[in-house]
Design a protein around this ligand. Sequence first.
Ligand code: MG
Length: 392
Amino acid sequence: MDTEPNTDLRCAAIIVAAGRGHRAGGPVPKQYAALAGMPVIRRTLQPFDLHPAIETIAVVIHPDDRSMAESAVSGIDVTFVNGGKNRQDSVRNGLKYIENVDPDIVLIHDAARPFATQTILTRTIDAARQHGGAVAGLPVPDTLKQVGETAEIHQTVPREGIWRAQTPQAFRYQPLLAAHRAAAGEALTDDAAVAEQAGMTVVMTVGSEDNFKITTPEDLERAERLAMTQQVNVVGQGYDVHAFAPGDHVWLCSVQIAHDRTLKGHSDADVALHALTDALYGALGAGDIGQHFPDSDPQWRGAPSDRFLGHAMDLLKSRGGRLINLDLTIICEQPRLAPHRDAMLARLSDLTGLPSARIGLKATTTEKLGFTGRGEGIAAQAIVSVSLPDIP
Ligand code: MG
């Protein structure tokens, strides 16, 4: 038996997301439900997307779900394939679709199993290379009873050698494609059954208890709890200054405040929102406001700065992140901000979705020292804390 690791192995993955089952409750199929702020399917795709041996990912969807699927996985390099009448037809469509890729190994995985890891993928790939087929799963630890209609026990089933099958299931591609073609029209429970029927050798590899399939509302709650433990907290800080110029109002925290001067800037010069936006970009390692909205671009002339903050918030959401709190300090002698504090707080809450208890908003002077003390401009600094998914 060939046990040399083969680094040239070319692998493809088929993620089966064509089911429309609503057993897990909620308005959308479970694979599109949010898990700690990230769609289930997006989380499912992470270890496949990150795995060095996997070159191609095909996601088999129900044609009606196309736009939902596209938005759920935006930014991840996948191809969508339309599913068939049942799971077996859907997998066959996926297998046919990647015929031009002709991978050595194909992995098939349920979109509703969001907690597979790269280690599990590697294990099934290696075993499929050695044996032809491999299924992630676990030995059954409980005693098994076969029961009748009224739950009376007919017999105790020996559990020795009994495993529960999960996905991913990995196979040599060409034999599996042939097996699926031969089994078209039959109703087999998983791809291993299709492979077994065709005489392929299929072995079990160790999956994990966390690699469960979301089926019921309770599964979705369990998945949410687990996803919450796989979060990492990061912080970001931002700082900005704008100089005064002749005028009659300033914008601070997206609130217009009458003043005997205005703030100079390409946009509306909302120094407070600029600091906050940069703090968010900082937390995401996503550059700064000048990179996303360059001064040189005429379309941002006089632009309301809530658009910049909106962009940073959208970016946070697309990474599956969540803002935990923000703390903003505005530094100036004038205008007096206390009368506008409630309006600014309400606007910040609107723009970020944070309750006011998670929003720090402070104003300070610099005791007449420095440029703010001389009334030449306004400075602002912001710190944010953000929760992001930490995918193993
Ligand atoms: Mg600025």
